[in-house]
Ligand binder design. Structure first.
Ligand SMILES: [Zn+2]
Ligand SMILES: [Zn+2]
Length: 301
């Protein structure tokens, strides 16, 4: 999987950068996560094909996380899109988007499917092509979800050297991957277990959008390969973070440490800070494998 950061500032876009949006590429598809203003420009800049986007996940209805969505929907239409588009987001998102379109007497020539979310418990909202997406309920003053993307363990992986040694014909490979025994040219049966490697583990990405520091979410984040956690503020402004239902870099790192994730990336920076390296320094005092989720940067995992 490949994650590309399209925007990582909080509140409003500025010369420093765009607001929250990310794209997760997997198996020829691009999953858009949040859609702040300017997302369509960032998609073009990062050469993400518009047609590869079929599913958009919106964490909450603060403008810095979805004000790019109406524009993107209409651009898709102007470009002649025919494929349906699925939008997962908080209850109310359908009315907001459709009201905007009605006001402009515009509609899309492709089907818009809204999957409105209202559960305060984790729910599997997507399950296709070996990839599932589960909501991560967050605490942010308004209804907010993070999203846990899980690429499920693939079926058995063939040990090519073993199969070759036994002289097993290529036509059997797909069957062996599904658990069948192999048959040599002489007709000997080779047990499946001798020909395959253990299952690949799941690969997981957790996107924790805006949230107050909350250790309860670690249950869902356990052993994740990659965790994005917001860090709007530095520790010196922790009071302000709590008041506005946001987190500090140190708190994001505490979540990462307690979840035993492999890597943490930080974003949603308040533009009050001029030196983003301070976020990294602060987080690394708690959790070392940490990077800034800087715009146009990609993470392959
Ligand atoms: Zn925000
Ligand atoms: Zn917010």
């Amino acid at each position: 999987m490949k994650l590309t950061i399209l925007g990582s500032f909080s509140a409003y876009p500025s010369f420093k950068g765009f607001t929250t949006s990310q794209v997760l590429e997997y198996s020829g598809k691009s999953f858009l996560i949040d859609c702040g203003e300017g997302t369509q420009i960032q998609l073009r800049k990062n050469k993400i094909k518009f047609n590869s986007i079929e599913d958009i996940f919106i964490s909450h209805l603060h403008g810095d996380h979805y004000f790019g969505l109406p524009g993107l929907i209409l651009t898709f239409n102007l470009l002649g899109r025919e494929k349906p588009l699925n939008i997962f987001g908080p209850k109310g998102i359908k009315e907001i988007i459709t009201s905007l379109m009605k006001a402009g007497k515009t509609w899309t020539n492709y089907k818009l499917n809204f999957i409105e979310l209202s559960s305060i418990k984790p729910v599997v909202i997507f399950n296709k092509n070996n990839l599932s997406v589960t909501t991560i309920p967050l605490y942010h003053g308004i209804y907010t979800n993070g999203f846990l993307f899980r690429k499920k363990a693939s079926s058995h992986k063939l040990i090519v050297s073993k199969v070759m040694d036994f002289g097993i014909d290529k036509t059997q490979f797909s069957g062996i991957k599904l658990g069948k025994d192999g048959v040599t040219e002489k007709g000997d049966i080779i047990k499946n277990i001798k020909l395959v490697e253990p299952l690949n583990p799941d690969i997981t990405y957790a996107f924790c959008s805006d949230t107050i520091f909350n250790l309860n979410i670690t249950k869902q984040l356990m052993d994740c390969d990659l965790l994005y956690h917001e860090s709007t503020f530095l520790k010196k402004d922790e009071n302000f973070a709590t008041k506005t239902f946001h987190s500090t870099a140190e708190q994001a790192a505490i979540i990462a440490k307690n979840s035993n994730v492999k890597k943490l990336i930080l974003g949603h920076f308040s533009s009050r800070y001029n030196d983003l390296e301070l976020f990294l320094d602060e987080a690394k005092t708690v959790f070392n494998n940490c990077e800034l989720a800087l715009e146009n940067k990609s993470f392959v995992f």
